[in-house]
Write a protein that binds this ligand. Structure first.
Ligand code: SF4
Length: 342
């Protein structure tokens, strides 16, 4: 393709195979990382992880490309050593958002190269006043089905001759989940050697900024929730990303059974993209405390099925139309004889 990737490019996109190969060629040993020469890389690795935990964001400034590049695998080691699943998810997402910020400003040729080599997606550059690139319709659909906002619906896109036309930032947003998944998989594959003292200290320091685990999470998890709600809570517990509609379901359901806005907000910090201000706004909006003061109802089982959120239990979910009715409707009718029939 004729694209040369310099050290600075590798530092910008350290999740790429080319960046990993570059670091491998340096033949570093883990015990070397305790040396003074590597202190800036360890410091930057620690900063990467701290920023991810505290701000869901990793800064994009690059002072020394080699320091920036080395700090990525070091940060993976630090997160892996903490062994906290939701931090692994949060870190992966923050790295993906960092890459997204850089890609938005990137040359089209570099974007095409990265997407082809890392995600097997071939965007084609277009000369158009409204669009920058086009991708095959099938590639678009594979990714856009995970987005619920109207602008991602095919009906709202420009499609021509089997291609969907996009602005650079839209294409990059479309691929964020794949970047996140790539980083998550890399982290899962990291084997942890015995670490030198400075890395152990860095892990200890990072552990001190972890958000406290909320015992309210346990309090609002009764064992009588319907399967769809158990599914959403399970994803959050594991620190995995719950779709917007999944969050809407969980929030409306918990409000409907009398949980307070604060109790509900306390559930979400495990989500990889948690932002307290935004979460409070959304929960209060659903609770009817903002805007049009409309309190939203729990979606129907039929609607949830169309969103892939129904995990119907044939017996326990029989005869109900909304998760709100779960456990409230009698499963069996009593005969006047006192016998029980289905
Ligand atoms: S049938 Fe309704 S309550 Fe049961 S899992 Fe599906 S959506 Fe939830």
């Amino acid at each position: 393709m004729g694209i040369e990737f310099g050290l600075e490019d590798l530092a910008k996109y350290p999740f790429m195979k080319e960046a990993g190969d570059y670091v491998k060629k340096l033949s570093l040993r883990v015990e070397d990382l305790g040396q003074e020469d590597y202190r800036p890389a360890v410091e930057r690795a620690k900063q990467r992880v701290m920023e991810a935990i505290q701000k869901n964001y990793i800064s994009i400034e690059i002072s020394e490309p080699i320091v920036e590049l080395l700090s990525f695998p070091l940060a993976l080691m630090l997160v892996k050593a903490m062994n906290v699943e939701y931090i692994i998810h949060r870190y992966s997402l923050a790295e993906a958002i960092r890459a997204e910020s850089l890609l938005k400003e990137e040359k089209k040729s570099i974007i095409s190269y990265i997407f082809k080599s890392t995600f097997n997606l071939e965007p084609i550059s277009v000369k158009h006043e409204l669009f920058d690139l086009k991708i095959k319709l099938i590639e678009y659909l594979k990714r856009a089905t995970h987005f619920h906002e109207p602008e991602w619906k095919l009906i709202n896109r420009v499609v021509d001759n089997g291609f969907v036309y996009l602005k650079t930032h839209e294409l990059v947003r479309l691929i964020r989940e794949e970047i996140r998944r790539t980083i998550y998989d890399r982290m899962k594959g990291v084997s942890l050697p015995s670490m030198p003292k400075n890395l152990k200290e860095a892990v200890h320091e990072i552990s001190r900024v972890l958000p406290p685990r909320s015992d309210k999470f346990q309090r609002v998890t009764p064992d009588k929730f319907p399967p769809c709600i158990i599914y959403t809570l399970d994803l959050i517990k594991k620190g995995q990303n719950l779709s917007h509609y999944g969050r809407f379901l969980l929030t409306t359901y918990l409000l409907s059974i009398g949980k307070s806005v604060d109790d509900i907000i306390d559930i979400y910090p495990r989500s990889p993209d948690f932002n307290e201000r935004m979460t409070r706004y959304q929960v209060e909006h659903i609770a009817g405390m903002r805007g049009g003061r409309r309190r939203y109802k729990v979606p129907s089982c039929r609607t949830l099925a169309t969103h892939g959120l129904c995990f119907k239990d044939k017996i326990l979910c029989a005869k109900i139309r909304s998760p709100f009715q779960f456990g409230k409707k009698p499963l069996f009718k009593k005969k006047s004889t006192g016998q029980i029939r289905e």
